[in-house]
Design a binder for this molecule. Structure first.
Ligand code: ZN
Length: 150
């Protein structure tokens, strides 16, 4: 096992055991719920999107496996301070990363989110890693139906 992979697993473990931004956002103006029936992961995403279309706060709540929890934790950290447009670009890049596809040429730096590169080897886990992202997208787009990965 490479050092890089060990480091990645450490970050995922850390965020699954001590998730950041878990709970609710006071005064949130966007929210959505997501469910991954394959694994049983459930997530609620709450955001504040300001008048300038910037995500100023983000939090998640729910129950799920280590990958889904770590993904929601790292995602909420990554969103804060980004414009909705940047968030969409980040999601596209992240989705390619977890599926093992080549990243689009205009991709922003994934930084800490790179730890999910190994998920591409486990197709069942791709939905765990992307659930919170799909749910966040639904929240931003103000979709009212619950998100399901099926
Ligand atoms: Zn899962």
């Amino acid at each position: 096992m490479s050092d890089l992979r060990e480091l990645y697993q450490e970050v995922i473990l850390d965020h699954s055991k001590r998730p950041r931004n878990k709970g609710s956002v006071e005064g949130s103006n966007r929210s959505a719920e997501g469910y991954n029936p394959l694994c049983g992961d459930q997530v609620t995403i709450q955001l504040i999107v300001d008048d300038e279309n910037t995500v100023t706060d983000a939090a998640f709540d729910g129950v799920g496996c280590a990958i889904s929890t770590a993904s929601a934790s790292l995602m909420t950290e990554a969103l804060k301070g980004k414009t909705v447009e940047d968030v969409h670009r980040l999601f596209r890049a992240f989705h390619c990363l977890v599926k093992g596809d080549e990243l689009p040429p205009d991709s922003p730096a994934l930084e800490k989110l790179e730890v999910f590169a190994g998920v591409a080897e486990f197709p069942m886990r791709v939905k765990c890693a992307s659930l919170s992202w799909h749910t966040m997208q639904a929240a931003i787009d103000e979709k009212t139906d619950a998100v399901t990965t099926e």
